[in-house]
Design a protein around this ligand. Structure first.
Ligand code: FES
Length: 152
């Protein structure tokens, strides 16, 4: 024996239609809301602060390990060279002659120009500029011609 309430076919179809309508409507509204509020993935900034110009009084080099970047200062100005090998992306090390890649032996001179090995391109130089707040900035998304130094 069944104590549950029996529903007839007509009632079942009416209820199924009613719930299907509201379920479809809710899914449509959710789709519209998702469309209006897309997922946004913040990319890290390609520009970062080096410091105040007065911090760069001495000539020499500074290696920024976390940025894979080398900053140099000489009497002509400041410049930033990528430490990422243009062959397959290993990190180059400094040598007395310039830079050398430990992975496949590419060598670059002190300006980052390929001096040997499989590297197809020179190490890029990145743009250095002064922020409105007076800080020296590097933009790793903007390259400059090799030899173009920022006068400080
Ligand atoms: S990754 Fe530098 S030589 Fe291959």
């Amino acid at each position: 024996m069944d104590d549950g309430e029996k529903i007839d076919r007509r009632t079942f179809i009416e209820k199924a239609g009613f719930y299907s309508f509201w379920l479809t409507l809710a899914a449509s509204v959710a789709g519209v809301v998702k469309f209006l509020m897309p997922d946004v993935f913040d990319e890290p900034s390609t520009s970062f602060r080096l410091g105040k110009p007065e911090e760069f009084t001495k000539d020499g080099g500074t290696r920024l390990e976390d940025k894979n970047l080398m900053i140099f200062k000489d009497p002509e100005g400041l410049y930033a060279i990528s430490a990422i090998c243009t062959h397959l992306g290993c990190i180059v090390g400094e040598t007395p002659a310039g830079f050398a890649c430990p992975c496949h032996g590419s060598r670059f001179d002190k300006q980052g120009i390929v001096a040997g090995g499989p590297a197809p391109r020179n190490l890029p130089w990145f743009k250095i500029y002064l922020s409105p707040e007076g800080y020296l900035m590097v933009d790793t998304a903007a390259t400059v011609t090799i030899g173009e130094k920022f006068k400080i």
